[in-house]
Design a protein around this ligand. Sequence first.
Ligand SMILES: *Cc1c(COP(=O)(O)O)cnc(C)c1O
Length: 463
Amino acid sequence: MISRKILLKDEDIPRQWYNLAADLPTPMDPPLGPDGKPIGPEMLAPVFPMNLIEQEVSQQRWIDIPEEILDILYRWRPAPLRRAVYLERFLKTPAKIYYKDESTSPPGSHKPNTAVAQAWYNKQFGIKRLTTETGAGQWGSALSFACKLIGLECKVFMVRISFDQKPFRKIMMQVWGGKCIASPSNETNAGREILQKMPDTPGSLGIAISEAIEAAVTDSSGKTRYSLGSVLNHVLLHQTIIGLEAKKQLQMIGEKLPDIIIGCAGGGSNFAGISFPFVYDKINGKKIEIYPVEPAACPSLTKGPFVYDHGDTAKMTPLLPMHSLGHDFVPQPIHAGGLRYHGMAPLVSRAVHEGLLTPKAYPQLQCYEAAMTWVGTEGTICAPETSHAIACVIEEAVKAREEGKEKVILFNYSGHGLMDLSGYDSYLSGKLTNLELPQDEIDRMTAIFASMPKPNQGKTGKW
Ligand SMILES: *Cc1c(COP(=O)(O)O)cnc(C)c1O
């Protein structure tokens, strides 16, 4: 009998996170300050607590997960590894398709894996309140959930247009005790300045990040910090529990290492979570194809150069070494809001540059078609972000059929789409279009990099 649900016992939960920075064949470039000089940990101290800054710069391969964090994660972890047998049958593929089901967390995505850890470390450090930004609301709801359980206040700056158009995530935040404010707001200088110039602006993630950082660093009590849901090293670290569980689950049923690993990539955290524990095997000689998948409308990995860029529009963050379309880039309003980010996690960017990962980009219609194939076979409604991974899975499973190879495919089912039904509505009513990014627009946005510092472009050439 085929195992469709591969479940670990609570006591088999991984007890350490995996830090890829310890094993990358070329070292990571440091973040740079406005003067172009590397910034030290103390310069980040007004923004993040020191225990998380230590993780951010750590070169240690394995980092213990505190027992109290595990005690919270047990609510939904270990998460199921499932086999998509109904999709396999439909595609008549000899490939075996496994996926980690991160939709089973209370907020419905992988994001609480790091929200819980970040809230816990802040609490340990004596912090009382976290600020953050959110686009469609996935991250804001995950952090509100974590703060509720850990006993912190949570203030979320939500991009105005989503605040108005997507009330349900906002209500989730409020139910978990989070304070959700439309951005730009009157609460910060950054917000007030923009409102004065553009009172009717729909807002953007870049503006919301600037507001959330300002709200954290200007609290005179010193008890507020800022929290980011993706991109940074410590965020990716917390997500590696996904891939570490998957590895145990595949071993449990006597399965070999995957031939292909796939995840959608916005800032890179869920992709890193499933793949980094296997990138370790690839660095150590195993043959694995690893695909981060992004939208064709926001192709930072496939079309953006490997540069130093700011993480936000207002240039409040340090310069990070990453693949980027430029901090002024505002992607088209595709429904996969979580994938509309101009940059990419430095660790994912470096691994792509090394050739350890092979990025792919798909247009949104193909992704919704893949989501509908999934609905008709596996039955669940995936997040629009997750549909990008599924589009790639279907392509690879069909390729395996054509080649007659019994490949093992592993992907990350990063979240459910039950709060994202308006995208499905547009698809079903035929209103959805492909929003691809013309090359001259990419050239225009990335021209800024000519005068900016460059990360080390060297690579081993092994992969
Ligand atoms: C936020 C989100 C993403 C994209 O973020 P990453 O940091 O790239 O993982 C993908 N899927 C879901 C369901 C999300 O909520």
